[in-house]
Design a protein around this ligand. Structure first.
Ligand code: NAG
Ligand code: NAG
Ligand code: NAG
Length: 249
């Protein structure tokens, strides 16, 4: 993905003057930083499905935030450390809406998301502080209000199965854009798939945008089912397989 700097691969044939020029250009960070993001992905997870994969225990029966991810870049600024004092006023909402399902009283999940995705989102002036980033994620989460939308259309956790097109159709109708809906697939020809994660995308002005079908960096394909790690094991739901939306165990 990242092309080697041609100045580096073939330096021997360059004159000293060109070498100086190449060195000057190389030090300009704009050449090496990835292009600015063009899409933000608000990812929400269903705690029962997440905890079935990760062997945690959760009594939460609403969709919670997994992250707010720009489509380009990861770990963009390792010297920008997470500091929970910067978001002190947001903490009550963070604990409710963006809980760490594995370690409920820790700030580790927010720290991880900040370093991996927040420092890249922060390249936009609208998100260039910890407070701006986390408050925007909470704002979008509440605005989208996925929990109410699904309930309103009678899509509730239950022992019966849903048609994938019904779930997708409701969301498209309400939001006016295509979400990306991810499931856990028990095996290749399983009778059902389990609803796990929903992505809703936004443009840089925070207007809803179609999500593409392609897998994001936080997901893995089905063949990795046997080697699950945190937040993996999900892939785009199959159109034709019934969807299980699991209630609390
Ligand atoms: C979930 O569990 C927590 C801690 O175990 C408890 O404080 C909370 O009241 C429970 N919530 C519900 C809805 O049962
Ligand atoms: C990285 O973060 C540090 C600490 O917040 C900041 O001073 C610096 O300007 C940032 N660098 C970039 C390229 O954004
Ligand atoms: C964290 O943020 C608070 C509030 O802005 C500040 O007083 C403190 O120095 C920061 N801590 C670190 C380690 O940067």
């Amino acid at each position: 993905m990242f092309r080697t700097n041609p100045a580096r691969s073939d330096m021997r044939s360059y004159s000293p003057l060109l070498l100086c020029l190449a060195a000057a250009l190389s030090s300009a960070s704009v050449i090496f930083s990835p292009p600015m993001w063009t899409k933000l992905i608000l990812t929400q997870q269903w705690p029962s499905t997440f905890c079935a994969m990760e062997h945690c225990h959760s009594n939460i029966s609403y969709w919670t935030i997994h992250g707010l991810w720009p489509d380009r870049g990861m770990d963009c600024n390792s010297s920008w450390h997470f500091n929970s004092s910067q978001i002190e006023d947001l903490l009550p909402d963070m604990e409710k809406s963006w809980p760490d399902l594995i370690k409920p009283s820790s700030t580790g999940f927010w720290k991880y998301e900040w370093h991996k995705h927040g420092t890249c989102a922060a390249r936009a002036a609208s998100l260039n502080s910890e407070h701006k980033y986390f408050s925007k994620a909470l704002e979008l989460y509440h605005k989208v209000d996925l929990n109410s939308v699904l309930t309103k259309f009678d899509i509730t956790p239950s022992e019966k199965y849903y048609e994938f097109s019904h779930i997708e159709g409701v969301m498209e109708k309400v939001y006016g854009v295509k979400p990306k809906i991810q499931c856990v697939h028990q095996s290749k020809n399983a009778a059902f798939q389990t609803l796990g994660q929903i992505e809703i995308c936004f443009d840089p002005d925070f207007n809803p945008l179609d999500c593409e079908k392609q897998l994001t960096t936080d997901t893995v394909s089905k063949r990795n089912w046997d080697t699950l790690d945190r937040a993996s094991g999900l892939s785009v739901c199959d159109v034709d397989t019934p969807v299980y939306y699991p209630p609390l165990p």
